[in-house]
Design a protein around this ligand. Structure first.
Ligand code: RFL
Ligand code: PHB
Length: 398
């Protein structure tokens, strides 16, 4: 394989969705993935799919297992001062989200790509992108052998540590970054989850009870930026979670075997613009948002939709108008997601250096949210993606 129309670096959600959306329009692509298939399938990450992401799976005809196994989720709960604010998503927004792990999405997309016979090469690490402004080529290494893939366009869907963003000259890109000064310790536990997605702001810090299925809970605690999983043996984890969820008698949250633990720093990162010459960045390659609000995966899928549409338009009409507007169209959404995730992070976490004044304001904001259907509606609609993703992404058409 030495030439294709679109060379895609990375088989995460952004790269896989893009490849399928292009194939649907008759556009060829090759996906180069540096890691092995097992490694990619084993990565535990996001789990909340917005309606636009669910619609994208449906558009590709790849939503069979999602429909059978995904948990359709109507609720969003915030806890503070021992009380629970319950937000009913369909009542407030007309939409629901679906709980279906990113791992499962990736598994379905990889299986369909392999079935189709279209190229997806694992163990192929891109090391350079040549002639970005002219006739681009991706240089990659497979089994110790250096190879070259020529293409009309390069889509760098290679995550935060990829080479795509680094291939844009430093004077042509602006990087925005914010560290929030704390991290999330996340576990997977074999135990039935709480019935609703529950975020909690307690005096001891933030906690979140989510799930992957009715048998597996996905649970998070706010921790310091330097803390490691070794500092959180199971007994300490459960004790802290019960306290932070106002479940002191340990009756609501069921403890189970913890079979996976990770720590993720909370930060935001945005690269502007998301394109240079014939190179386009999509997903985490261009932006990271704090996980509060679960926007990362959904933004990556939204980028893939926008890029697939712009490339489709180019190949169908010869016009590069949509390609030229790609970055701006993405960044409008990205900044809205950064704004929402930052606001939710600020509402729900104990901030390092918070004064009593700031803590009182934060709790008052939660009191206001509890009492105001309008405030709840503003949160719920952004959580399901209204005002963030473009309305046409909700429909099943390209
Ligand atoms: P991905 O999923 O990182 O995929 C990028 C792919 O590119 C490959 N790659 C290369 N391949 C070839 N050559 C190279 N030089 C390459 N360099 C990299 C990588 O191996 C990988 O397969 O990016 P993508 O597709 O943009 O998807 C984005 C989402 O994965 C991401 O936004 C979310 O998972 C973020 N995120 C979470 N989001 C949520 O909404 N909720 C969560 O709970 C949540 N948890 C997480 C997360 C991200 C994490 N990371 C990145 C550290 C937990 C973690 C640990
Ligand atoms: C998850 O289920 O992993 C999850 C849910 C909500 C978030 C972040 C992550 O805000």
């Amino acid at each position: 394989m030495t030439r294709t129309q679109v060379g895609i670096i990375g088989a995460g959600p952004a790269g896989l969705f893009l490849a399928h959306l292009l194939a649907k329009q008759g556009i060829d692509s090759v996906i180069l993935e540096g890691r092995s298939q097992d490694y990619v399938l084993g990565r535990v990450r996001a789990g909340v799919l917005e309606p636009s992401t669910v619609a994208s799976m449906a558009l590709l005809g790849l939503d069979g297992r999602l429909k059978r196994e995904g948990i359709v989720d109507d609720g969003l709960d915030f806890r503070f001062r021992g009380r629970t604010v319950h937000m009913n998503l369909p009542e407030l927004t007309g939409h629901r989200v679906v709980i279906y792990g990113q791992q499962e999405v990736v598994k379905d997309l990889i299986a369909a790509r392999i079935d189709s016979g279209a190229p997806l090469i694992f163990g192929a690490e891109a090391v350079a992108i040549e002639d970005i402004a002219g006739r681009p080529a991706i240089i990659y290494v497979q089994d110790g052998v250096q190879k070259r893939l020529e293409c009309d366009f390069v889509a760098a869907c290679d995550g935060y540590h990829g080479i795509g963003r680094a291939s844009i000259p430093a004077d042509r890109i602006t990087l925005h970054e914010r560290q929030y000064g704390f991290a999330w310790l996340g576990v997977l536990s074999r135990s039935p989850p709480l019935p609703d997605m529950t975020y909690s702001n307690s005096d001891r810090g933030f906690a979140l009870c989510s799930r992957r299925s009715w048998e597996v809970s996905r649970l998070y605690l706010q921790v310091g930026p330097e803390e490691t999983p070794e500092e959180w043996p199971a007994a300490r984890f459960w004790d802290e979670l019960h306290h932070r969820m106002f479940d002191e008698d340990a009756r609501a949250i069921v403890e189970g075997e913890i079979f996976q633990t990770d720590v993720a720093q909370l930060r935001a990162f945005i690269a502007e613009p998301m394109q240079h010459g014939r190179l386009f960045l999509a997903g985490d390659a261009a932006h990271i948002v704090p996980p509060t609000g679960a926007k990362g995966l959904n933004l990556a899928v939204g980028d893939a939709r926008l890029l697939a549409r712009a490339l489709g338009h180019h190949y169908a009409t010869g016009s590069s108008a949509l390609l030229e507007g790609y970055s701006q169209a993405c960044l409008d959404r990205v900044w809205k997601a950064v704004r929402f995730s930052t606001a939710l992070t600020g509402l729900l976490h104990r901030m390092p250096g918070h004064t009593p004044f700031e803590r009182a304001l934060q709790l008052t904001e939660l009191e206001y949210t509890a009492a105001s259907p309008s405030a709840q509606k503003a949160i719920a609609e952004q959580y399901v993606g209204i005002g963030i993703q473009e309305p046409w992404m909700l429909t099943e058409a390209l």
